[in-house]
Each structure stands twice: as C-alpha cells, then as structure tokens.
Design a protein around this ligand. Structure first.
Ligand SMILES: [Zn+2]
Length: 331
C-alpha cells in the first residue's frame, strides 16, 4: 500500500488520457494497459492501474469489493503542488489550521489534539442541554482524568471541525492509513490513538462497534467511512422527529451457519433534507461520538428454505451529529 491519493485518470507516455473505467474495460477484455503517468500539468510521475478486485476476509459473508484506481508505483512521488500530492495537501491543511489544534513537533511531524474537539462534541446535546453524567459523577475523559472543560469559541470550534473534515477527506482519498499515520499523531489528552482506532472503513465496522462499546459512557470521537444505503424520514406529525441516513451494513458469519451478525451504521438528525444531500451509493465519512445500541437478536424465516430460520444478531452504531461538518462527502 502506497501513501498516495487514489486517482481516477492518468495519461500514457504519448499524452493520451485514460480514465479508470477505460482501463478497467481494457483489463476485462484481456488487453494490456499502457504505461501511465500522472496527468496533472508538469507532474508526470509514474503511476499504475490497480484493477478492481475482491478480497475474501475471514468470517465475512460477502467478499470485500476493492474498486479500481490509479496509484503511485513504488518509489514514485507526485511533485509538490500536484493535486494528487497527499503530503502537500496535509501541509496545506496544517497551515490553515489553528496552531493549538495541529501542533508541529520537533521531528517535523505533527500532532492533532482531539481533546478540545472531543469536549465540544460532548458538551451539549442537540437539544442544547448538557448531557447528564450517569450517577451524577463528573464526566471523565477517556484518558481517565477528570475532563478539563476547555470549550473553544465558535470560530475556533468551526476551524477545528473544518480541519478534521479536511483530514478525513484526505484519508478517504488515500490508499491506506500509511501517510497520515506516518505524519500525524492523534492525541486525546495524554492518550495516543493509533489511526486504526480512529478511522474505520466498511470492512472494520465490527471493530468500530467493539471500540465504541468498550468506551462506555466515555467514548472518544471516531470516523467511519462507508457507502450510503438509504434514508428514512418520519411521517408528518410523527412523535419521533429524527431523520436517518443508513450506511451499508457489514455482515459477519459465526460458527453457527444459522446465525449471522450484522453491523449497522446510522446517522440521526432532525434535518432530513440535509441527510438526503448525501445520496444513496455515495461514499461518506461520518465523524463524532458514536453510540452502540444493545445487541438485538431476531430469528427470520429463510426465504429459500421456509422450514428453516436464520437468526440475525444486530450490532448498531448511531451518530447524532451536533455539527453539519461531522458528515463529509468523500467522492
Ligand atoms: Zn502528480
């Protein structure tokens, strides 16, 4: 896995343009694909076509679809200023950020200080009331200390959210965690969070559920990247006012062939029109303090074999964003 941004187009050595779709068709027809270079003006670094493939992961019901893309060949780098230069984009994001959120470290790397954002995300519920700490005890941070409630100004908070959204969009555009993990340390108070415990793609929704569940009443914000499945809006006059955006679930096999685990992802918000602005099929990153619901087991008659029932065990994660910047279109 290289550190680069996944590209949708490139050109051959003679300057002829190719899209990922054209290259995939050539590949499917058994034609060899040309030697490719970056199509950004004056960059022209060597890149390669990676055809779509399916990954069979242990316990997954469906193989994980990895879509085709164009990426860097080994040891190739985009020039500074190329639109696919991930390092350059990271530098630009850090430059635009307020210094107390992304801190430059002595070794040239950077640190993202999630605690200020974390406090803002949990400070108030959407109703405008501060959430009651269970049992009347003071809220503690995931680092174990009593949370120092440093609540930033609206302007600063907006800047934190914009920086986070930009970083997550950059991560979603990259082939893997490699670049961000190498360049940016995530810190929550005294605790260091590895990227794999912060950013979860569809195939790891089960790990995200475990993490949120283990965080209990003191979770830290995480990002889930997935594809929008559908939307739900309450009927006019309904008691329950939230609209929902539902992501594609992850299905996991168990040792019992009649028992399937389903990891569901939903975003709840009163503004259904805003949620529908992320259309079905589109890629999205959802960031914030997720809630894990109680596990629900439901036996369902097998359509193919009515004498037979399958038990679906549902693990549900829900995000109720306080800020619209917590949802990021990743396409
Ligand atoms: Zn380039």
């Amino acid at each position: 896995m290289s550190k680069g941004i996944k590209m949708r187009s490139a050109k051959d050595r003679h300057g002829h343009p190719y899209t990922v779709e054209t290259l995939q068709r050539m590949h499917d027809d058994g034609q060899s694909t040309p030697d490719l270079v970056c199509d950004h003006a004056s960059c022209g670094c060597a890149v390669r076509f990676v055809p779509r493939y399916q990954q069979n992961r242990a316990n997954r019901i469906e193989p994980v679809d990895v879509p085709a893309y164009i990426g860097l060949v080994k040891d190739s780098e985009h020039i500074t200023g190329c639109r696919y230069d991930a390092q350059g984009r990271l530098t630009a994001i850090a430059r635009q950020s307020v210094p107390d959120f992304i801190k430059a470290l002595d070794d040239g790397k950077r640190e993202l200080r999630l605690l200020v954002l974390h406090n803002s995300l949990r400070n108030q519920s959407l109703s405008g009331n501060p959430p009651a700490a269970p049992g009347g005890k003071p809220a503690t941070s995931p680092a174990g200390n009593t949370t120092t409630q440093i609540i930033p100004s609206d302007k600063k908070l907006d800047s934190y959210l914009r920086t986070t959204a930009d970083l997550l969009a950059l991560r979603a555009a990259c082939e893997s965690d490699a670049l961000l993990a190498a360049e940016l340390t995530l810190r929550l108070g005294t605790k260091r969070i590895p990227w794999k415990d912060f950013f979860f793609e569809h195939e790891r929704f089960d790990e995200a559920w475990e993490l949120v569940r283990s965080g209990g009443v003191n979770p830290y914000p995480i990002a889930l990247a997935g594809r929008v499945k559908n939307h739900y809006q309450p009927a006019a006059g309904a008691k329950f006012k939230s609209s929902f955006l539902n992501g594609h679930s992850l299905y996991r096999k168990t040792d019992d062939p009649n028992r399937l685990e389903v990891f569901e992802i939903s975003v709840a918000h009163p503004d259904g029109q805003w949620l529908s602005g992320f259309p079905s099929g589109s890629e999205i990153v959802m960031f914030g303090l997720w809630k894990a619901a109680e596990v629900v087991e439901k036996p369902v008659q097998d359509k193919k074999n009515p004498a037979h029932t399958i038990t679906y065990v549902t693990y549900k994660l829900t995000l109720s964003p306080r800020f619209k910047r917590q949802l990021i279109a990743a396409d």
